[in-house]
Design a protein around this ligand. Structure first.
Ligand SMILES: Cc1cc2nc3c(=O)[nH]c(=O)nc-3n(C[C@H](O)[C@H](O)[C@H](O)COP(=O)(O)OP(=O)(O)OC[C@H]3O[C@@H](n4cnc5c(N)ncnc54)[C@H](O)[C@@H]3O)c2cc1C
Length: 447
């Protein structure tokens, strides 16, 4: 694969938002990706015939190498043995890994996600409890459970104030007893599914629940459920378009799962709502924007290489003005999406100016970043495929895989429509959809 200087870490990451040292870290991840992951992209899906053994072995092996490289512990504060790096490094890890495989990047991102949830709640005790497994040589995976059968995006709708959550955590003495049903969280499933030569195990489930839906934001919280908790069970993995093994999604059933009280991550009234909005949904969307940019860059690189060698009536295709204009258009989308997510990430480190991650303004910006990067990925994968003709559609050149994969990163955590509504909320909130009050009263969600 040709290296394009405008697409190299040294050129694409703006020094107003990051340091030389951070760029050189991104460069090391990129080298790892070029040497180790790019050549095995097909194996991550088990090849054309979807060989599950090959897929899982490749996924676990590459993931364990990334753990050893320090990718998963990048945002864990140094006092717990992590690298304590800035939010921008989390984004660069996401972008660079997604050039090869956005599913593998998402698996790494799960550890960043759970660390950010516990750090946001200042849960020193829990960070101490989990850090030996996060910083050790062994590879572990983790899961965050939000979505429920009655709706995913409604949980992310600020107007509903978490009143639609049906997973209930009941306080009984020193324990919480949790009953509910989550759908789609991943990677999830029986513990032995996550034990292999390369993967030590599953850390467990950081689960959104409420003590009482009628309490709205005051009731919502995040509860840690160990992977071997009694009462925890799973369906078999869903069949879906992409992310087949990198994010095995299942139904998670919580049948009176008992956990010690200290496994409720948020500790103050209203803090759970802030963590869910800011750190689970908000920063989750921001991480998605970096992943979508990495994915789009990979497609642009494939198209640049292919159209250099493919001739149309005696000229390399990319010398034809229509091709050049569309390639320029692809770059333009990717570059703007990247510089915007970098700017928003920089703002996350300056809450004194821009507000905390759960503020409506920051949520609007996370949503702008994710939805714009998703539009970029949609344009780039679609146009890239058209410029390559049938070869773009073929398995060999990977574009079909990138096209399948970008779609869910646009749709999860509330999706493209919810992103737009959250931007409106930041601009002129409170934004409530028509008929909301009547409906919410009828459903007994509001008094
Ligand atoms: C591969 C994969 C991985 C996933 N990983 C996880 C995970 O780790 N954890 C987890 O909890 N979930 C996960 N999900 C689930 C995902 O986040 C949800 O499916 C998603 O948030 C949308 O929820 P929904 O499917 O219930 O759609 P719905 O809530 O039914 O929404 C459908 C559409 O309506 C739009 N919409 C919603 N509300 C409004 C409104 N008020 N007005 C206008 N439009 C609206 C949405 O944007 C969406 O486009 C995953 C899903 C997949 C496929």
């Amino acid at each position: 694969m040709t290296q394009y200087s405008m697409l190299s870490p040294a050129q694409k990451y703006t020094r107003a938002f990051c340091t030389e040292e951070e760029i050189s870290m991104a460069d090391s991840i990129r080298k790892f990706v070029d040497n180790e992951v790019m050549p095995r992209r097909h194996d991550l899906e088990g090849g054309w015939h979807r060989d599950e053994k090959l897929a899982l072995e490749t996924l676990h092996e590459l993931y364990s190498k990334l753990v050893k490289l320090g990718a998963t512990k990048s945002n864990l504060p140094a006092e717990y043995g992590g690298l304590g790096l800035s939010p921008v490094v989390r984004q660069m890890v996401n972008e660079e890994l997604s050039r090869a495989d956005i599913g593998l990047a998402t698996m790494v991102g799960k550890i960043h996600w759970i660390v950010s949830i516990m750090a946001a709640a200042k849960r020193d005790d829990l960070l101490k409890e989990f850090s030996p497994r996060i910083v050790g040589e062994d590879a572990w995976t983790a899961c965050v459970g939000i979505t429920e059968p009655a709706g995913g995006a409604n949980l992310e709708d600020p107007a509903l104030q978490f009143r639609t959550i049906k997973t209930i955590a009941r306080l009984e003495g020193d324990d919480y007893v949790i009953k509910g049903h989550k759908i789609w969280p991943g990677p999830a499933g029986p513990a032995d599914r996550f034990q292999s030569k390369y993967l030590k195990g599953h850390l467990g489930y950081w689960t959104v629940a409420t003590t009482d839906p009628s309490k709205g934001e005051e009731g919502a919280g995040v509860f840690y459920i160990p992977p071997d908790a009694k009462g925890l069970s799973f369906s078999s993995p869903y069949e879906k378009m992409g992310f087949v093994w990198s994010d095995e999604n299942v139904d998670v059933y919580l049948d009176d799962v008992r956990i010690p009280k200290r496994y409720r991550i948020d500790t103050e009234p209203g803090e759970g709502a802030k963590i869910i909005r800011g750190y689970i949904v908000g920063l989750g969307r921001l991480a998605g924007s970096a992943r979508l940019v990495g994915l789009s860059q990979a497609v642009l690189e494939i198209v640049l290489d292919y159209t250099k060698h493919r001739e149309i009536a005696g000229l390399p295709a990319r010398q034809r003005s229509l091709f050049a204009a569309l390639i320029g258009e692809m770059f333009r989308y990717i570059e703007v999406a990247r510089q915007y997510y970098l700017a928003v990430t920089w703002q996350v480190s300056h809450p004194e100016i821009y507000g905390p991650p759960w503020s409506e303004q920051m949520i609007a910006k996370f949503s702008s970043a994710r939805s714009f990067a998703a539009d970029a990925a949609k344009f780039v994968t679609n146009t890239g495929m058209e410029l390559m003709g049938s070869y773009g559609y073929s398995y060999e050149f990977h574009v079909e895989k990138y096209m399948r994969d970008y779609k869910i990163v646009q749709m999860w955590l509330g999706g493209a429509q919810r992103d737009r509504l959250d931007i409106a909320q930041g601009l002129y909130g409170p934004f409530k959809w028509g008929g909301f009050e009547d409906w919410a009263r009828k459903e007994k969600l509001l008094p």
